[in-house]
Design a binder for this molecule. Structure first.
Ligand SMILES: Nc1ncnc2c1ncn2[C@@H]1O[C@H](COP(=O)(O)OP(=O)(O)OP(=O)(O)O)[C@@H](O)[C@H]1O
Ligand SMILES: [Mg+2]
Length: 258
């Protein structure tokens, strides 16, 4: 898909899913993990995806991130039918528009933070100098300036997840997908990661789709979608925690007319 990809009208959402079904396995062993759900996601949204274990959250995320193709149903990204793309086309779309963060960080061991973050740009064929500069900028954006030459083993869990987020944003994605990004972190580290995701969403306009089991982490989102048994159970707007907190701590305005 080129940069001039059809963006037909203002009414086309960034992502439109229609009647998405995912079946794993075949015949008697076939299992329907997603049973036909619809979902629209606008650019700039911050969606927390919740629901019981096995309800289809990760399967839905893999579909959303173009990692996997639905068994049936429509997926439109910027108005383009993803389900019609072949493997290579989907990979190109992913590299161009998506960033991924996982619960287990998935960093290369014995490889510095800087090199880990440069990786997506290497796949894109960018020059040494361009890679170095973009990775340094991404690491600074996640608060890791000065840690560029440390390997994962020399970093805390929270820092490793920051490196993973830097790697996800180094290619300027439109959408950041995070599957339980705070699942391996303690409360304080989790809050720091959520503040970082909020900053990327509210300041850089990156659309964030995040799976979480924790209501405290979902509270950072603008919208909360719940899965149950392979279907959407609820979809509600949420006043993001960071906005509520800012409103609470805002100075009281001096009264006029006295
Ligand atoms: N590759 C696969 N092959 C067969 N079945 C699968 C596969 N991946 C997932 N499933 C099944 O599909 C269902 C949904 O799985 P999924 O991983 O999407 O759940 P989840 O909501 O992310 O759960 P959790 O909260 O535990 O991560 C589960 O019953 C799971 O066993
Ligand atoms: Mg999961």
């Amino acid at each position: 898909m080129s940069d001039a990809a059809p963006q037909a009208s203002g009414s086309v959402p960034l992502i439109r899913l229609r009647n998405i079904v995912k079946v794993y396995g075949e015949g008697g062993l076939a299992f329907k993990a997603l049973k036909g759900f619809d979902l629209d996601i606008e650019q700039g949204d911050f969606v927390a995806i919740m629901g019981p274990s096995g309800s289809g959250k990760s399967t839905a995320m893999n579909t959303l991130g173009c990692l996997d193709r639905p068994t049936s149903g429509e997926y439109l990204f910027k108005g383009v039918h993803v389900e019609d793309l072949d493997r290579d086309e989907r990979a190109r779309l992913r590299r161009r528009y998506f960033g991924f963060v996982f619960q287990g960080f998935h960093l290369l061991p014995r490889t510095t933070a800087q090199e880990n973050v440069e990786l997506p740009l290497l796949y894109r064929g960018e020059t040494n100098a361009a890679r170095r500069e973009a990775a340094a900028k991404a690491l600074e954006a996640v608060g890791l300036k000065g840690w560029e030459h440390h390997t994962p083993a020399e970093l805390s869990g929270g820092q490793q997840q920051r490196v993973a987020i830097a790697r996800a944003i180094v290619s300027n994605p439109v959408v950041l997908l995070a599957d339980e990004p705070t699942g391996n972190l303690d409360t304080q580290r989790s809050e720091e990661i959520m503040e970082l995701l909020w900053k990327l969403n509210s300041e850089q306009g990156i659309t964030v789709l995040m799976v979480t089991h924790e209501p405290e982490m979902a509270a950072y989102a603008r919208r909360i979608v719940r899965f149950k048994d392979g279907l959407l159970d609820s979809d509600t707007r949420n006043e993001p925690f960071m906005l509520r907190r800012a409103a609470r701590s805002a100075p009281v305005q001096p009264q006029e007319g006295h």
